[in-house]
Write a protein that binds this ligand. Structure first.
Ligand code: SF4
Ligand code: SF4
Length: 163
């Protein structure tokens, strides 16, 4: 995994043009069975990828925090929502709450999430490769192929499966 992560940005860069073209076609004419295929590919890839050996998403990007996330996590930490945002979050240029810094403050040394049961929705869903209507999130997926080895593998597999 370490080696895969080291090479991932270059691999994603090498595939960028090809993937961009592929996704443009996919958006124009998504196959009818896309949801089903993506669910299968996602499950296949994640049966081989151990996120605890990686944690690259938690180390390099971090999620958006919704109001519901903030309330839930603050309650768990016995903080007021305002205390939680002051301590851990900042508002980005799109007026969304994001982490003040990465790696995420809640990432343990063993790559376990210290707030796993109450983690943000975006963390639970990352890298979104099993999302319905996958063709609607191809821009973010293109970015994720440089961060997430699983997302990279899913995209390579989908090109083979769907042609
Ligand atoms: S979701 Fe992707 S980037 Fe995050 S830990 Fe798992 S494989 Fe790594
Ligand atoms: S909250 Fe947990 S899962 Fe989300 S980025 Fe932080 S450590 Fe990772």
């Amino acid at each position: 995994m370490k080696e895969e992560l080291a090479h991932l940005p270059q691999l994603a860069k090498d595939k960028h043009k090809e993937n961009k073209k592929y996704f443009a076609k996919l958006r124009k004419k998504p196959p009818k069975n896309l949801d089903h295929v993506m669910r299968e590919l996602h499950d296949e890839v994640f049966s081989e990828v151990d996120c605890l050996e990686c944690a690259n998403c938690c180390k390099t990007t971090g999620p958006l925090f919704t109001d519901a996330d903030i309330e839930r996590i603050a309650r768990h930490l016995k903080l007021k929502p305002r205390q939680f945002t002051d301590r851990y979050l900042r508002m980005d240029e799109d007026q969304d709450y994001v982490l003040q810094s990465v790696p995420c403050a809640f990432l343990g040394a063993d790559n376990y999430c210290l707030i796993y049961d109450v983690r943000p929705k975006a963390c639970r869903e990352y890298p979104h490769t099993d999302r319905k209507k996958f063709h609607q999130i191809t821009d973010i997926t293109l970015k994720n192929t440089a961060i997430c080895p699983a997302a990279f593998r899913v995209v390579e597999a989908m090109k083979k499966r769907l042609g």
